[in-house]
Design a protein around this ligand. Structure first.
Ligand code: NDP
Length: 306
């Protein structure tokens, strides 16, 4: 077994350190905003190594330096969730170096500004590709490496509440029923979001039940995915693997043009809480609010956007 794991000599301690035994946490899109706030929290509270990942290496390394100036030590690896080659390279790195990991925070995402002039079809294609498909691809490549007791956090939004699927009726209700189905599969979510992109391009998205926000559809799909993923973990041989999604609050970041009232540290509260859930937690496949309250994803309360 020992020869299978990568071994490394620690400078402070000449004893051989088995890198495969180290606890590892990973945060995507962590060079700024809420992701950076989550790094601060996990570097302080997580008992192990915390990986700051970013699509741009120089921005990521600058963030690692900023953390070190605060006395916090982060590891770094490049990870563009919109690039399958980058995702596979990162998965290979984790597999080779540690043979597994313990915490994944899917934070990276993108949103068009509220006054964007690009047609909805174009917004839909790009937003779904990064926020939903990118997140799904990260999960598909990294989930096989999760260790027993692992915690996964999918950063959703208030825009990711099921009731945001609020186009024309009865089509919207039919879509909500599909997203909320207890037998929903990953592939069915992929078909649903592909249909949204098609309808957005055709111009009849509202009649088909969809909202006019591509961001909302991408985040509803992420929250729906969370429920499907937890069902799969419940049937997994690895014990106590848990995935939840959260709305981090309306936060002062580039994404909100700095209009949100919460600080990045406040925005980091709910994702960090989910990342650090204790063993055998009951919170599985849930959708929680920035104040850690569990919200009924199917029936409400209806949150306002952000
Ligand atoms: P920011 O725009 O400040 O930060 C987004 C982060 O994601 C950046 O690090 C960005 O990198 C990264 N990112 C974007 N695309 C990719 C990609 N393809 N691969 C890897 N990283 C990528 O946003 P926030 O901090 O506000 O948002 C963080 C999360 O919180 C998102 O999931 C967002 O949807 C969610 N959220 C935010 C709310 C808010 O009020 N701020 C409210 C509800 C949800 P780069 O610097 O290179 O662009």
């Amino acid at each position: 077994m020992e020869c299978y794991h990568q071994l490394e000599t620690s400078l402070e301690n000449p004893v051989i350190v088995n890198m495969a035994g180290k606890r590892i946490a990973v945060v995507t899109g962590a060079n700024k905003g809420i992701g950076y706030g989550i790094m601060k929290e996990l570097c302080t509270k997580f008992n192990g190594l915390v990986y700051l990942t970013s699509r741009d290496e120089s921005r990521g390394l600058a963030a690692v330096k900023k953390l070190s100036e605060l006395g916090l030590q982060a590891q770094y690896h490049q990870l563009d969730i919109d690039n399958i080659g980058s995702i596979k390279k990162f998965a290979d790195y984790i597999k080779t170096k540690y043979d597994g990991f313990d915490v994944l925070v899917n934070n990276a995402a993108f949103a068009y500004s509220t006054d964007a002039t690009e047609p909805l079809g174009e917004q839909a294609e790009n937003t779904i590709r990064v926020n939903f498909t990118g997140t799904l691809n990260v999960c598909r490549e990294l989930f096989p490496l999760l260790r027993p007791g692992a915690r996964v956090v999918n950063v959703s939004s208030t825009a990711g509440h099921l009731l945001q699927i609020n186009g024309s009726e009865p089509a919207a209700s039919t879509l909500r029923e599909k997203f909320a189905s207890p037998t929903l599969t990953e592939d069915e979510i992929v078909s649903l979001v592909n249909q949204f992109v098609k309808d957005a391009k055709a111009g009849d998205w509202n009649a088909k039940g969809w909202p006019s926000s591509a961001y909302a559809v991408s985040k509803v799909a992420v929250s729906a995915l969370t429920r499907v993923q937890q069902r799969a973990f419940d049937a997994d041989l690895r014990k106590d693997v848990v995935v939840n999604s959260c709305h981090p609050g309306y936060v002062d970041t580039d994404m909100t043009a700095h209009k949100g009232p919460l600080t990045i540290e406040q925005g980091a509260v709910s994702p960090s809480y989910l990342a650090l859930l204790p063993p055998d937690t009951d919170l599985r496949g849930a959708y929680i609010w920035y104040d850690k309250q569990v919200v009924d994803w199917v029936n409400g309360p209806t949150p306002s956007l952000y």
